[in-house]
Ligand binder design. Structure first.
Ligand SMILES: [Zn+2]
Length: 416
């Protein structure tokens, strides 16, 4: 007999700590405020590069990229000699090959790119005999095979026992309409909410990972301090769970809950094309506020960025040691100026899919993607700085962990 309560992880993409704290402070997000009243809160730190595919994979595997091998939104696949692009922008997807990019994002990331010996929370949970559910999160690898609801659109994939992915893959027919095409209308989260309502109504899981993506989209567009309208909608997508459980008291009685985001966001006012500034034989992949340089000459490539205003710091390995370079000097001490700087840079560099040089953008700057697209005038993330790296972390019935890579074990300990 199991005595422990099921647990729910709610990941709100791109929600910054200050936006969360302000909304709880003035109760403009009523459901999140009520959960905050019932739980305990802290700021936590995500992984680096602080970009969604990397960050969600770190949450789901409980590890940095040295273990899970997802390096960036866009990267160079050394074995296949091609760029992998997970969706920096529609233009970048077109530039990398639309069909290929969609497959990489939907299936390849989990089936081919995610390290085989990294263990997802879904694999760990199901091995322990739990029923695990995932809604819309991009890192979903589990033991059960699924064919797409739209035949031929994508290959079969493997997810947890309860699996709902932009209604392209569904473990159970829930009758929610397809909504991916009208993203700005907030309908991606409406689909997620329909799936989560179905799960809570049936009490159909021991562990649920519920991912809400629309807030990040709004924050890129308007900037991180201008997402109030979307946050009210996102709060409504959380309220759906609470209502399905019969109100807040029974919700927190029935479930242990963690609420966090995958990364922060900061304002950006300018953008550069990183590849125009790298003076070494290299392949450069850049998007949002992080870049990678694949080169046999890391020091030359790194030094060519010394005077580039858009670059805050660059990192590479030389003689087995991590070199951190800023304003033209090697200085490992600068790593301590960032949240968990040493740990996160070292792990990012030790990822076999990462470039030899990692680039963290300066405050206010973005590195344009393959199509030259950027979010100047809005918000972005990806760098090692606190604004991109810190996330809100709220626990109800679970002690909120200090790092997003500790979320997996905190949840597994809560339910088993
Ligand atoms: Zn984003």
């Amino acid at each position: 007999m199991r005595s422990k309560r099921p647990a729910i992880l709610i990941v709100i993409d791109g929600l910054t700590p200050s936006t969360f704290e302000n909304a709880v402070g003035d109760r403009s997000a009523p459901t999140l405020s009520a959960l905050a009243d019932a739980g305990s809160y802290r700021r936590a730190v995500t992984t680096f590069p602080s970009l969604t595919p990397v960050c969600l994979t770190s949450i789901a595997t409980g590890a940095h990229p040295d273990v899970h091998h997802i390096p960036h939104l866009v990267w160079w696949h050394r074995d296949e000699r091609r760029v992998v692009e997970y969706g920096s922008s529609f233009g970048a997807i077109r530039a990398a090959g639309t069909r290929r990019s969609i497959r990489d994002t939907i299936v390849g990331m989990n089936r081919d790119h995610l390290a085989k010996d990294a263990e997802t929370i879904y694999e760990a949970g199901e091995r322990a005999g739990l029923t695990v559910a995932a809604v819309n999160i991009t890192c979903y690898r589990g033991p059960h095979r699924y064919v797409p609801t739209v035949p031929g659109f994508a290959p079969a994939t493997f997810g947890p026992r309860r699996f709902f992915f932009y209604n392209l893959y569904e473990s159970d027919p829930i009758g929610a309409p397809l909504a991916v095409r009208n993203r700005s209308g907030g309908s991606v989260d409406e689909y997620a909410a329909a799936a989560a309502r179905w799960l809570v109504t049936r009490d159909g899981f021991d562990l649920l990972v519920y991912y809400l993506s629309d807030l990040d989209f709004a924050s890129h567009l308007h900037g991180p301090d201008d997402v109030r309208e979307q946050l009210v909608k996102t709060d409504g997508s959380v309220r759906v769970l609470v209502d399905a459980a019969g109100g807040l008291d029974s919700f927190v009685e029935r479930y242990s809950v963690l609420v966090c985001s995958d990364h922060g966001q900061t304002h950006v006012r300018d953008a550069v094309r990183l590849e125009e500034h790298v003076h070494a034989p290299a392949i450069v992949t850049a998007s949002n506020r992080a870049g990678m340089i694949y080169t046999d000459e890391p020091r030359v490539a790194a030094a060519s960025l010394d005077a580039v205003e858009a670059v805050d710091a660059v990192f590479f390995v030389e003689g087995g040691a991590v070199v951190a370079r800023k304003d033209g000097d090697d200085d490992a001490a600068i790593l301590d100026a960032y949240p968990l700087g040493r740990e996160r840079v070292e792990a990012a560099l030790r990822n076999p899919n990462a470039g030899e040089v990692l680039v963290s953008a300066a405050p206010g700057w973005e590195l344009a993607d393959l199509a030259g697209m950027h979010h100047a005038g809005g918000g972005s993330h990806g760098s090692l700085t606190a604004g991109d790296s810190e996330v809100p972390m709220l626990g109800v019935g679970i002690e909120p962990p200090a790092r997003t890579i500790d979320v997996k074990n905190a949840l597994l300990a809560a339910v088993s």
